[in-house]
Design a protein around this ligand. Structure first.
Ligand code: ADP
Length: 621
């Protein structure tokens, strides 16, 4: 939150893209291994789940068999046939309609109970896993170094992670279970079919492989299409996000029509891609229906023929028909499960990869830590050179040298783009210098634990973005857990108490999204109160370039003076009044500090600083 008041020194606005969604490959099964950490606590639950699914699959086959028996017994009362062993073993008279009916009801009841247990069991395990994954994903993202956010669109990252988590949730709540159930039905069903009639089964199987191969190819093609649609949806969402976050620019340039045009083009592409997908999906459905129904017709025909010649008992024929339908249905359904599985595995891979990205060494749990760090506030830049990781060819800083003595105020001035914010972000340890070093209290800055160090630094950005809560919680952001008295005292020192108390709700006034309900000067004073509450030894101020009205200006200035009292301050300054108040001025030009001294000295030297003032690049107000 340095310069543009966004989540980065550079605003990410306008950047799109980020990582493309992961494509599935069989390698992704490795991703499952990485899920081990989340799956392990539920190992027994999953084993139980697998047993329940297997039992329920077998019971489905049994019910189908019993339905067939019902049909057969109902149609032929003359010659009771031998019923195969598993049912015989239960000593159930399967030549009696009522007995069959009751048996079916009993089996259905068991299945109903099993299904309920299965759904609840899987949901419970998956929700536990999702809880852990959501937590870890947010922790990973929030712990990423600034350079990570420089190259990613935040909206894109956010929607990708939530989409990934949903896909993962799907595979663990339903896909895996359904896949297993259908596999059991297909394998068990085919075995049963073979038992009833080898000829008929072979006939049916002769049609299935064709269908399976076609279905897989078809499915793959359809997935590519739907991925294209998803990408396009993501792109259109980015457009909405960008134009709404930049709504001020849109309105002020009266570019609503332009944004609409951009969005319109994107959503028309979604529509045409989605329609193309729908047509192919429709074709896919017709294709499968034709084949399943075709196969059934063929089988019925052949079965009737066999029955007429006495080669097949009628209940076996009924069972055969029902079971063929069941098996064919499962084969048809398995393609959808398979594609959901692929999507889920791709999502796991991409989420795991994100979590494995190098993170900053920060503390992510609030809690009692060791003795808090205290600094004197002596800051020294020694021959610091730096280029941004994503722009290696542009050396922003080339051997920058300056120091701030404890309690001293240093104003950093220079033309826009000279690297002033970059210096601030190096001091905040958002990035590391490529050469040279930064010393704080004569120790290299890296020697301090990152979180403890940042707690000793406060940063007041140019444009303050507040969080959505009330004024009190926004000030308390500087010191989580601060008492109301501390907050009020900080607000008073920041010249904010008066305006806060003028609101009917006082400290409980909601600031609105990003603090839009407060004026610029008020937001700045809240940010100053936040920094006062934090009580740091090192202060970084990015002075607002946009002019406040003169009363606010004075209030803010005197609040800043209070804040800077006794702290080493680096001020990215744009106003002559601020610069005059500084103990020393550092002029940054072409990646170097070219002048260093007090206002009068530098004016007298008639160098770069003199030029900046002459050309009014420094505001005189
Ligand atoms: P100033 O604050 O003096 O206006 P900056 O420190 O913001 O200057 O920028 C210095 C240079 O570094 C500019 O050329 C700018 O384009 C570039 N720059 C700033 N931030 C980034 C970033 N995150 N990635 C790449 N280049 C950047």
């Amino acid at each position: 939150m340095v310069k543009k008041g966004r989540n980065s020194i550079r605003s990410v606005e306008g950047k799109t893209g980020g990582d493309p969604p992961k494509k599935f490959s069989w390698k992704n099964w490795n991703a499952m291994g990485k899920m081990g950490h989340y799956l392990r606590p539920h190992a027994w639950g999953y084993i139980l789940g697998i047993l329940i699914i297997s039992a329920s699959g077998i019971l489905t086959l049994l019910v189908t068999r019993l339905w067939g028996q019902l049909g057969g017994v109902g149609s032929t009362s003359d010659s009771p046939t031998q019923v195969e062993s598993p049912l015989q073993a239960l000593q159930i008279d399967l030549n009696d309609l009522a007995t069959i009916g009751w048996t079916i009801l009993a089996v259905l009841f068991i299945q109903a109970v099993l299904s309920f247990v299965r759904v609840v069991l899987f949901a419970r395990m998956t929700e536990d896993m999702m809880l852990a994954m959501r937590h870890d994903a947010f922790q990973a993202i929030i712990s990423m170094p600034m350079r990570f956010f420089d190259t990613r669109s935040v909206g894109d990252l956010n929607s990708r992670v939530s989409a990934d988590i949903t896909s993962i949730q799907d595979i663990f709540t339903t896909t895996m279970a359904e896949l297993l159930r259908q596999l059991i039905i297909i394998i068990g069903g085919i075995m049963a079919l073979l038992y009833f009639s080898v000829t008929l089964t072979l006939l049916m199987l002769a049609t299935l492989p064709v269908m399976i191969i076609a279905a897989i190819l078809f499915g793959k093609f359809i997935r590519t299409l739907s991925k294209k649609t998803q990408d396009q949806v993501a792109e259109s969402n980015t457009i909405v996000q960008e134009s709404l976050t930049g709504i001020i620019s849109v309105k002020s340039f009266a570019n609503e029509a332009l944004e609409l045009l951009r969005y319109g083009t994107s959503i028309r592409t979604i529509r045409s891609l989605a329609m193309k997908g729908a047509i192919w999906r429709g074709a896919f459905a017709s294709f499968i229906i034709l084949f399943i129904f075709g196969a059934i017709t063929l089988v019925i025909f052949k079965g009737a023929d066999l029955m007429a010649s006495g080669g097949l008992a009628s209940e076996h024929f009924f069972t055969f028909l029902l079971m063929t339908g069941l098996v064919a249905g499962s084969i048809g359904g398995i393609a959808a499960q398979f594609s959901a599985l692929q999507k889920g595995l791709g999502a796991i891979e991409s989420l795991m990869e994100l979590m494995e990205e190098p993170q900053e060494d920060i503390e992510t749990s609030e809690g009692p830590t060791e003795e808090p760090l205290r600094l004197k506030g002596h800051v020294q830049f020694q021959q610091v050179s730096f280029h941004y990781p994503n722009r290696e060819d542009i050396e922003v800083l080339e051997g920058v040298d300056f120091h701030i003595a404890p309690g001293e105020r240093v104003a950093l001035v220079g033309p826009s783009g000279a690297g002033k914010s970059t210096i601030a972000s190096l001091l905040l340890r958002f990035h590391e210098p490529n050469a040279g070093q930064i010393l704080v209290d004569n120790l290299p800055i890296e020697t301090y634990p990152l979180t403890a160090f940042r707690k000793r630094v406060a940063f007041v950005p140019q444009e303050v973005i507040l969080f959505g809560g009330d004024i009190q919680s926004n000030i308390a952001y500087g010191k989580p857990g601060a008492s109301k008295e501390e907050i009020v005292a900080a607000a008073e020192k920041a010249n904010a108490l008066e305006f806060i108390e003028s609101f009917p709700e006082g400290f409980s006034t909601l600031v609105g999204e990003r603090g839009v309900q407060l004026s610029g000067g008020q937001r700045q004073r809240i940010a100053i109160a936040r920094a006062i509450l934090r009580d740091p030894e090192i202060l970084i101020l990015d002075e607002a370039t946009s002019a406040l009205d003169s009363t606010s200006e004075k209030e803010v200035q005197s609040a800043l003076d209070t804040l800077m009292e006794g702290r080493s301050s680096l001020i990215i300054a744009h106003r002559l009044s601020t610069i005059r108040g500084a103990d020393r001025i550092a002029v940054l030009e072409n990646g170097n500090i070219t002048e260093w001294g007090k206002h009068e000295e530098l004016i007298a030297a008639k160098g770069a600083y003199h030029r900046l003032v002459e050309n009014q690049e420094i505001s005189l107000t």
